[in-house]
Write a protein that binds this ligand. Sequence first.
Ligand SMILES: NC(=O)c1ccc[n+]([C@@H]2O[C@H](COP(=O)([O-])OP(=O)(O)OC[C@H]3O[C@@H](n4cnc5c(N)ncnc54)[C@H](O)[C@@H]3O)[C@@H](O)[C@H]2O)c1
Ligand SMILES: O=P(O)(O)OC[C@H](O)CO
Length: 284
Amino acid sequence: NGHEVRIWSRGGKVSLSAVLQNADIILSAISMTGVSEIVCQIQFLPLSGKTIFVTATKGLDPQTTCTPSQIWQGAFPDHPVVVLSGPNLSAEIRQSLPAATVVASQNQKAAEFVQQVFSSSRFRVYTNPDPIGVELGGTLKNIMAIAAGVCDGLHLGSNAKAALVTRGLTEMVRIGQSWGAKTETFYGLSGLGDLLATCNSPLSRNYQVGYQMAGGKTLVEVLENLPGTAEGVNTCQVLIKRAKEDNIAVPITEQVYGLLQGKVTPRQALEELMLRDIKSEYNC
Ligand SMILES: NC(=O)c1ccc[n+]([C@@H]2O[C@H](COP(=O)([O-])OP(=O)(O)OC[C@H]3O[C@@H](n4cnc5c(N)ncnc54)[C@H](O)[C@@H]3O)[C@@H](O)[C@H]2O)c1
Ligand SMILES: O=P(O)(O)OC[C@H](O)CO
């Protein structure tokens, strides 16, 4: 959009301090494993008082179960933090294919500023006042995308896939409600939208994990050749821990966890889900 953009990566030659100097916006797209470390580094750097942090990471912290925006906000309480999340497969965006996303913050002005900066004829940006809901949508759908990959890898058909994705959304809503997110957020772009994109695209790394494991590969074999991070693997572990603590029913996540741990095969995971007690659609 004609803005001055500076890019930093740990492999590059430019210092983090030089890149962040007087930045209006700092956008972090680091994978979850690196967020706390980078936050610590930035805390010691001089920043403009007006800097807005934007986080695009879709994961949960293994130690605290915090979301990335909670980590950023905890470290920078005087700066606005905006979550950017939506059906945004980067390979498609790189080709200038059209996409939409959501920018969510408790600070409406900051969200609107970020919306202005990022909106273009190829990238439609909506604001939203529910950052935790938007962030959890993008994070939890990764677990469902692993399950969807298994479903397609086992050639279970369109009925099974529709059932899985729909019950996956119900599970996401249940977790979100327990964490204080708004239910309607999960029916928007960052919830259902991202769920549909990720569960239906071979471009998704999380989908690839499930698809390739259904084809007989181990998790280690899949991850060895995966381009980039499949956050759902780590998120699944964190969520299992948090769901136990908070007593939230997460049947699909439990089966994905068992699969990733090598405790059940893809077919056994399917059997477990199909043979659960029959119940009302409104019950978990
Ligand atoms: N790729 C996508 O389509 C997409 C779209 C939306 C959101 N996301 C989210 O963005 C995040 C990154 O995704 P990606 O596809 O770019 O993953 P990636 O694995 O390709 O890149 C992650 C980057 O984080 C860096 N990193 C990790 N730990 C670090 C540390 N301690 N210090 C500095 N840098 C560190 C790595 O060097 C790497 O450049 C993920 O949370 C992902 O869910 C990805
Ligand atoms: O490749 P994935 O599975 O990390 O998905 C990328 C984005 O989150 C899709 O919105």
